[in-house]
Design a protein around this ligand. Structure first.
Ligand SMILES: [Zn+2]
Length: 305
């Protein structure tokens, strides 16, 4: 079950207009570290509502979370060592400790740079910008704990869906379409297979390019025809020997294989050159495995639009 989160974009407080590139950043990634409440509860598939100090900026769903270690600058009270300080722009001394038993005021906090786990979400595919749709008070009503001041706050899914209704669905539709498109594009790329795979193909089929037949060994690449599912996981890998020019033209979509009949179709600039014109309509040199056929089917779908 996906969780819903309200995330405060730190860089958004009050300087939204002046920070170029900031809107793009909010639309694709959110960063936090392990010292934040709920740091390790946020997960792939969770719905995020991102806000700044004023109100909602947009909604999305998390596709991945990366994790690394980094230094974090910390500021502490020189008297009681708490990190809970307020910074005052108009008063001196500029810092005040918020601990009720301390309340010290000082100009220079104690600084430290401990190493912390940091996290960054990737949520660009589903991003639906909704700036100004809900203000701070309206967003607060969607939270599990309404009076919390945490930067990552759990939301009540039913309240979000009630308040945003169609927008949540719209975001998921947008996301689904983009993710499928990305999976198709990733799948339809020809990658280089490991050297031992090339040797295995040469032993099995001789120096035969799947498209043009017998060719000098030095011109033959072993291609990995990998398929990925929508989550970006590798579903399967098939291999084929391809002459280098064939491989390049496949990547450009100038060579494709028509499904059903397994015949070569030549498009684009390749049609200006006799050797490739002669390939148009020709059968492949070897029968396709079912995995290879599925890969060429995806490749065809991507390049025949
Ligand atoms: Zn203190």
């Amino acid at each position: 079950m996906a969780n819903y989160w309200l995330l405060l974009s730190a860089s958004g407080t009050g300087k939204y207009a002046g920070h170029t590139g900031y809107a793009d950043e909010v639309a694709s990634t959110y960063q936090w570290d392990e010292t934040v409440a709920h740091a390790t509860s946020v997960a792939v598939g969770d719905v995020v509502l991102i806000r700044d100090g004023e109100g909602l900026l947009g909604i999305s769903v998390i596709d991945s979370i990366s994790e690394w270690h980094d230094y974090k600058l910390t500021l502490r009270c020189p008297v009681c060592n708490t990190p809970k300080l307020t910074f005052r722009t108009r008063k001196v001394p500029r810092y005040r400790c918020t601990r009720p038993s301390c309340r010290s005021e000082f100009e220079e906090p104690v600084t430290g740079t401990p190493i912390v786990r940091k996290f960054a979400s990737e949520h660009g595919a589903g991003w639906l910008p909704l700036p100004g749709l809900m203000d701070r008070a309206e967003l607060q009503k969607l939270c599990v704990a309404r009076l919390s001041i945490q930067s990552m706050r759990p939301l009540v899914p039913e309240r979000v869906e009630h308040a945003l209704g169609g927008f949540v669905e719209q975001m998921f539709r947008l996301h689904g379409g983009k993710v499928q498109d990305t999976a198709l594009r990733r799948s339809a790329r020809v990658r280089t297979a490991p050297a031992e795979e090339r040797q295995r193909l040469l032993d099995r089929f001789g120096s035969t390019c799947l498209f043009v037949g017998t060719s000098p060994r030095a011109t033959l690449d072993a291609a990995a025809l990998s398929r990925f599912d929508a989550a970006g996981e590798s579903k399967s890998k098939d291999f084929a020997l391809l002459r280098r020019d064939v491989r390049s033209l496949l990547d450009l979509g100038q060579l494709t294989v028509e499904p059903e009949c397994d015949r070569i179709v030549v498009r684009g600039e390749a049609r200006d050159f006799r050797p490739y014109i002669e390939l148009d309509g020709a059968p492949l040199q070897l029968p396709l495995s079912s995995g290879q056929r599925e890969w060429f089917g995806q490749h065809w779908r991507l390049h025949s639009v």
